[in-house]
Design a protein around this ligand. Structure first.
Ligand code: GLA
Length: 341
């Protein structure tokens, strides 16, 4: 159904995906991570106006036709429209848009395609908050749409990124510090061939286990290994050990990257992968064999699963001369709006 009002303001809202270089399953525990926005993005091209959102997708089936103000976002159809509806509901938007969404990001791969859609929607709806405020609204939209208790890393990385930099994020206060990517460091994203879905995954269960460990020990990023190793429950011990050690690795990685110590970065990536595999148990045999294969490839410094795990992509750090089968990614600017008329 078309809006009857004139729709003069044509715009493009562009939101990049992100690859997390190191620091997974730490954001919701107040820890550290080092994500980087990438040169693959989701774009909404639309005209603002009317009291509904009408959106078609170039990659996905169906048209979203959403009356505003939005309610019951988790029931919107088609299912990709739930993220759009979640943002509209969070913003309480009454002024909509008509347009289409397209993406160069592989969907459902651990590169934050859903967060990119949320942030592009927020900008399309005229959200003019700070990068943190927009990220909070989009995180809530993701939780509303998917029912998954995700952290804020993806949305904050997408709203806060600057060209040429990764970001060291401290989730105890959500502060963002730029970390320049040296020219001799080339990051690659490689899909393992297994689709990654957070809905129905053990993400919520892992978060609950880490929170149970924190209830006994206090904030896990600051917990000491002696107390962690003294935990009676071996499962909580492993979950806590991952969060604590991963935050330490993020600090070491940020320092090594700033000094172009790429061998050291690679070693830390591999240690991170082992921790996500053995202590946090979010890897899969397919991801593990891809990481092992990459680590024995000449010119590759290291590799690890990136994002939540349970399938999707790995990130590899390589010499710029090396060619791998995947996406050669570069540090990109954050989300933005371009006016076309
Ligand atoms: C998903 C979530 C993030 C974060 C990562 C794991 O991408 O959306 O908040 O928890 O998993 O690091």
């Amino acid at each position: 159904m078309s809006s009857k009002q004139p729709l003069p303001e044509q715009f493009r809202a562009i939101a990049p995906g992100r690859v997390n270089l190191i620091g997974d399953h730490t954001d919701y525990m107040g820890g550290l991570a080092l994500p980087m926005a990438i040169n693959l993005a989701t774009t909404i091209t639309a005209s603002r106006g009317g009291s509904r959102i009408e959106l078609t997708s170039e990659q996905l089936e169906g048209t979203l036709d959403l009356p505003l103000p939005a309610s019951n976002a988790h029931l919107a159809s088609p299912s990709w429209g739930r993220y759009v509806a979640g943002v509209a509901a969070e913003l309480g938007s009454r002024l909509g848009f008509v347009g289409r969404v397209s993406s160069t990001l592989p969907l459902g791969s651990g590169l934050s395609s859903s967060a990119a859609l949320e942030v592009a929607t927020a900008l399309a709806l005229g959200d003019s908050g700070s990068p943190f405020e927009i990220a909070v609204r989009c995180q809530r939209a993701e939780q509303l749409a998917s029912g998954v208790p995700c952290g804020i890393m993806d949305q904050l990385a997408i709203t806060s990124a600057t060209l040429g930099n990764a970001m060291l994020i401290n989730f105890s206060d959500n502060s963002v510090t730029n970390v320049a990517i040296p020219e001799e460091a080339q990051f690659w994203v490689i899909h393992c061939g297994q689709e990654r879905k957070l809905v129905g995954s053990a993400y919520g269960e892992r978060r609950a286990q880490a929170e149970a460990a924190a209830a006994l020990l206090g904030p896990l990023p600051q917990a000491d290994m002696i107390s962690i190793n003294a935990l009676a429950d071996p499962l909580l011990r492993r979950r806590a050990r991952h969060v604590q050690s991963e935050c330490e690795r993020v600090k070491e990685f940020a320092a090594a990257l700033a000094n172009s110590e790429l061998d050291q970065c690679g070693r830390l990536m591999l240690q991170s992968h082992a921790s996500l595999r053995d202590d946090y148990e979010v890897s899969t045999p397919t991801l593990n064999s891809l990481v092992m294969q990459l680590c024995t490839t000449p010119g590759v410094f290291g590799a690890r699963v990136t994002g939540a795990g349970f399938g999707g992509c790995v990130v590899a750090l390589a010499d710029p001369e090396v060619e791998l089968e995947g996406w050669r990614v570069s540090p990109s600017a954050g989300a933005r709006v371009e006016w076309l008329s």
